[in-house]
Write a protein that binds this ligand. Structure first.
Ligand code: XMP
Length: 420
């Protein structure tokens, strides 16, 4: 294994994530672990050079004040104790480099080399299945698994018909052609749209899309022989809380929930120790296109939550086209990567307009562009008026069925980012 490690031990601090990130910022790999690491667990962690015991206000577990386990204190490894303000980089540096003698060898190249080795050890000559949505996490997992085990991986890309323009094609091109993956591409558009026909309730739409997704994926999985593992895009924020014992609200580990009992796979989760920005850097290092790695968030139910009310094919098409125009114009204006998320939505109403001198009874298209840090609250991007006029002219001219363009200037709260 390539990288040295400093282990941050959660003794009730609220800053464990921050400390681990600061250590990584100094070029040394760091993980967060609970106070009761056993000797066996500790021995399984490669190249541990020292501990940071992070004490804090949540220092109780089942009514007891927690202390570092004997395995740690008996290990002879150096430990730094913190409480209160987060240690500064200047406080961390002498401990990490002089006391622990850790090398600053945490970088993507070493991380990838280590993961490739770990994946090969875990998987051996068996086979792995991956649901490849085309989102950042599943794409990076796919690229990592292809690097590690090549054709022992089968990717299944389910196109539910609610993807953005060009997305399924990009998945097929990048993974099926350029990276030469075993890719099963399933165009399930008709299935999804038939199930969704006439359903206007947002929650019900989401449930149908989620359940149908599992069903299609499961059908494909059953067609394949001898799959032992399921690849998963779990990332570090998903599991940090379940890795600690002092936090009350343990978040459930997200997975492809709902797979039937008899389809039990062991998991391969090569990104589970990465933060989101590190996942992107890993994707770039694995050779994925920047547009795929730096794409903005896109909800699982896709355009289904932006084609408001009961989805119809014509309105869905208008939505996909208007979204593509919006993205193209934002790109040209240099706004990609500057505005956190932007998209169009089309409500299920029509208004009277005029086109070529004739009455046009058509849909409006809503533009939403927001900035946020954690998606819990959001502010609205103040868009340039000339840009808005250009986008309006293009959408009303190029997208059949749209005669008006509206801009949503509602922050979250009271509006959520998505409309449904
Ligand atoms: P809201 O609409 O709740 O959205 O303000 C917050 C962020 O989450 C995204 N979003 C989803 N992401 N599955 C996802 O993976 C979903 O079902 C989903 N719904 C909303 C949304 O795009 C925004 O970035």
């Amino acid at each position: 294994m390539q990288q040295d490690m400093i282990v941050v031990i959660d003794l009730g601090s609220e800053n464990t994530t921050r400390i681990a990130r600061d250590i990584r910022a100094l070029g040394v790999y760091s993980e967060i672990h609970p106070h009761d690491l056993t000797a066996e667990q500790l021995a399984a962690l490669p190249n541990v050079r020292g501990f940071v015991f992070a004490k804090g206000p949540n220092r109780a577990y089942e009514g007891q004040i927690v202390e570092p386990s004997a395995a740690m204190t008996d290990s002879g490894l150096p430990a730094m104790v913190t409480e209160g303000p987060v240690p500064t980089l200047d406080e961390l540096k002498p401990f990490i480099f002089d006391t622990c003698k850790a090398s600053p060898n945490w970088n993507m190249e070493n991380f990838i080399a280590d993961q490739v080795e770990l994946i090969r050890r875990q998987v051996g000559d068996r086979k792995v299945l991956l649901a490849l949505s085309g989102g950042v996490d599943s794409s990076v997992v796919a690229a990592m698994l292809i690097r590690a085990i090549g054709k022992q991986l089968t990717c299944v890309h389910v196109n539910h018909g609610l993807l953005r323009k060009g997305e399924p094609e990009q998945v097929v091109n990048v993974f099926g052609k350029e990276l030469g993956a075993n890719l099963v591409y399933v165009d399930a558009t008709d299935r999804f749209l038939d199930k969704l026909a006439g359903v206007a309730d947002p929650e019900q739409k989401r449930k149908i899309i989620g359940a149908e997704f599992i069903r299609v994926f499961e059908e494909e999985a059953r067609k394949l022989d001898g799959i032992a593992f399921l690849g998963q895009g779990t990332i570090y924020p998903d599991i940090i809380e379940s890795g600690t014992k002092t936090v009350k609200c343990v978040k459930s580990h997200h997975n492809v929930g709902g797979l039937p009992e008899d389809l039990q796979f062991e998991l391969v989760e090569p990104l589970k120790m990465l933060f989101k920005d590190e996942v992107r850097a890993c994707g770039v290092a694995l050779g994925l296109p920047e547009a795929m790695v730096y794409r903005q968030p896109f909800p699982g139910p896709g355009l289904g939550v932006r084609c408001l009310g009961a989805i119809t094919r014509d309105r869905l098409e208008a939505l996909r086209e208007s979204d593509a125009i919006l993205r193209e114009e934002f790109d040209k204006a240099g706004l990609r990567g500057k505005v956190w998320q932007y998209f169009t939505a089309i409500p299920d109403i029509r208004s009277v307009g005029v086109r070529d001198g004739k009455r046009a009874f058509e849909w409006p298209c809503i533009i939403r562009a927001v900035n946020t840090v954690d998606a819990m609250t959001a502010s609205v991007e103040r868009l340039d008026w000339e840009l808005m006029e250009r986008i309006t002219a293009r959408i009303t001219a190029e997208v059949p069925g749209i005669n008006r363009v509206l801009v949503d200037i509602t922050p979250k709260p009271t509006g959520t980012i998505e409309w449904e």
